[in-house]
Design a protein around this ligand. Structure first.
Ligand code: 3HC
Length: 290
């Protein structure tokens, strides 16, 4: 089956980057959907900024920038039925909340053509559980990108209990077409590979900070210089979004036990609206575009 047309549901931190890579690298026709028109506008602004960065480095010509933008269309989520009815692959990227994901996936499954493949960019939620909403669970799997999707090479492809091998092979090929390296997660388990390792480390950094063992900058510096991480764990939490990190840790705690219990500072910061880069403040201050 050849994938030509892709729908990306959600236009947030991950959705806009995935839509961009699908149009820019794989040259798919892309429709990106969001509940709010202002989110779609902001997403297109971020895509333009990112394409300009590639252009300034000589990696994309002006024509390629224009062609990429020409391949990305936007639609409100209220038009979901119409948007997904003729696409080959759907990538759901909405917030990491199981009920919202179930609701959207049910709508997608009802509207999508029978031979289409449906994927979710969940960070931690069970693929098998989400598949229960899909009329053809053999054509559903996890497709987990990393932030920023424009630069990060990995895509985890997660097999649910009923996902077919054919679906895994098609989605792995799509990831390669998008310039990514796929890895296959054979058993559906919370956090898959990367988040199971990463979230344990990030939560431990929060514990160190909460216990007053070291200052923010020293915790980050230690991992940057001692482990060669491109950014320290507290900065990375800001980058991922503290609400997203909390949601992932809560799933991991529920599924894998108290070793993943989120440090209370994370809950407090989320309640205070300090979500990291996307709201301008988390562990660091992040200047917002005008
Ligand atoms: N599009 C295009 N280019 C971009 C870009 C974008 N969206 N964002 C950054 N860049 C480019 C910049 O222009 C810059 O180019 P230059 O070096 O030629 O000037 C280069 O990337 C580096 O950017 P910055 O100087 O702004 O910042 P950094 O040097 O810190 O790099 C980073 C940014 C690539 C994000 C790097 O810090 C990094 O790799 N951080 C770790 C990211 C990570 O771990 N991601 C995984 C998170 S976990 C996850 O996503 C899973 C989820 O389920 C939670």
């Amino acid at each position: 089956m050849e994938i030509k047309k892709v729908a990306v549901i959600g236009a947030g931190v991950m959705g806009h980057g995935i839509a961009q890579v699908a149009a820019q690298v794989a040259k798919f026709d892309v429709v990106m959907l969001s509940r709010s028109l202002s989110t779609l506008e902001k997403a297109m602004g971020m895509i333009k900024d990112s394409l300009q960065k590639f252009h300034k480095k000589g990696l994309l010509t002006e024509d390629q920038v224009k062609e990429t933008l020409g391949r990305i269309h936007t639609m409100p989520l209220s038009d979901l039925e119409r948007a997904v009815s003729d696409v080959d692959l759907i990538i759901e990227t909405i917030a990491e909340d199981i009920e919202s994901k179930k609701n959207v996936l049910l709508q997608i499954s009802k509207a999508a053509k029978p031979e289409s493949i449906i994927t979710t960019n969940t960070s931690s939620i069970s693929i098998t559980e989400l598949a229960s909403l899909i009329s053809k669970p053999e054509r559903f799997c996890g497709m987990h990108f990393f932030n920023p999707p424009q630069l990060m090479k990995l895509v985890e492809i997660i097999k649910g209990a009923r996902t077919s091998d054919e679906t895994i092979n098609i989605v792995a090929e799509v990831a390669r077409k998008m310039g990514k390296e796929p890895v296959i997660v054979k058993k559906d388990c919370a956090g898959f590979i990367v988040n199971r390792i990463l979230m344990a480390a990030l939560n431990e950094a929060l514990n160190l900070f909460w216990e007053g063992i070291a200052e923010r900058d020293d915790i980050d510096k230690a991992c940057e210089l001692g482990l060669n991480w491109p950014m320290g764990p507290l900065k990375l939490l800001d980058y991922i979004g503290l609400d997203t990190a909390l949601a992932i840790l809560e799933v991991l705690e529920k599924e894998l036990g108290p070793r993943f219990k989120p440090n209370q500072i994370l809950k407090q910061m989320v309640r205070a609206g300090f979500l990291g880069r996307k709201t301008g403040r988390g562990f660091y201050e992040w200047p917002q575009p005008a």
